[in-house]
Design a protein around this ligand. Structure first.
Ligand code: NDP
Ligand code: 8X3
Length: 264
């Protein structure tokens, strides 16, 4: 029997990067997958791949986590069998810009705070009461090294990830006495669409972020999520901090650069 056969897993931000990698990992373990993101075409394309990879069932929820109304309606509209979510992976998130705080774009700030903090809260609020009522569940929040050490130009993004750490800690406290577990998985730099989104589609600038160093892959992070959620029921993995071998923290990165390489 596969490890997650019969388990329902909701992954936000499943249309790319770490969320997609988590979906593939859980599919291989036979899970029933609920994929949430805004890009419906991406979710539909992923559905077939997940079924081939071994998922028991796959359903897509096209939603924007910034909308409390969309999140609430999407969870409410699920058939009862799908509502019984065993694992919630709060992964949807993004960074925008790398400007000095006093020169930053307020629209960028709002997008990061609304997605990474308020979106995570909305999904958690919609899903966790059911976990408590059913007496089982696991919430995995994707944080970051950025939530632990701030880097120049990243104050607002780093603040959203520090908020994720504090929310995870608070949720773990509030769920004490229930069997519901809470894990924060905090990766360092992972090469996904993240930097392209940060620089509003500038692929050259995004590639420069990883110049001369070896970042994590999305699958490295997914493997950590799978490990945390596959411990015995009495074990709560509170936090996982993982980086590529060339990174010590948000601001200390070892690079072997040639003259043509850019630094961020
Ligand atoms: P990607 O850009 O590759 O993926 C981000 C995902 O989030 C996409 O599926 C996107 O889907 C979804 N998303 C973004 N905004 C929303 C929204 N408003 N509503 C619903 N879904 C949304 O980045 P990563 O996979 O790298 O990032 C995933 C998480 O990991 C984020 O929380 C990020 O902060 C965190 N992280 C990333 C690291 C990295 O270096 N890559 C390191 C540490 C943490 P769509 O656009 O279709 O809505
Ligand atoms: C993503 C990692 O260092 O690019 O959280 O902010 S970093």
């Amino acid at each position: 029997m596969k490890m997650f056969q019969g388990k329902t897993v909701l992954i936000t931000g499943a249309s790319a990067g770490i969320g997609e990698a988590c979906a593939l990992r859980f599919a291989a373990e036979g899970a029933r997958l609920l994929l949430a993101a805004r890009r419906e075409d991406r979710l539909r394309a992923l559905q077939g791949r997940l079924q081939s990879a071994g998922a028991e069932e796959v359903a897509a929820l096209t939603l924007d986590v910034r909308s409390q109304q969309q999140v609430h309606a999407a969870i409410e509209a699920l058939p009862a069998a799908w509502q019984a979510i065993d694992i919630l992976i709060n992964n949807a998130g993004l960074s925008r810009g790398l400007d000095k705080l006093h020169e930053g774009s307020i629209a960028d700030w709002e997008e990061m705070i609304d997605t990474n903090v308020k979106g995570l809260l909305y999904v958690t609020r919609a899903v966790v009461p059911g976990m408590v009522a059913r007496g089982r569940g696991h919430v995995v929040n994707i944080g970051s090294t950025a939530g632990r050490v701030t880097y120049p130009g990243g104050a607002v993004y780093c603040a959203t990830k520090a908020a994720e750490n504090r929310i995870s800690e608070g949720l773990r406290m509030d769920l004490l006495g229930t069997p519901v577990r809470v894990t924060s998985v905090d990766p360092g730099m992972a090469e996904t669409e993240f930097s392209r989104v940060r620089f509003h589609g500038d692929a050259h600038r995004a590639a420069a972020v990883y110049a001369g160093m070896t970042p994590l892959t999305a699958d490295d992070v997914a493997e950590a999520v799978l490990w945390a959620t596959s411990r015995p029921a009495h074990v709560n993995v509170a936090e996982i901090l993982l980086t590529g071998i060339d990174q010590a923290n948000s601001i200390l990165v070892h690079r072997q650069l040639s003259a043509k390489d850019d630094r961020r």
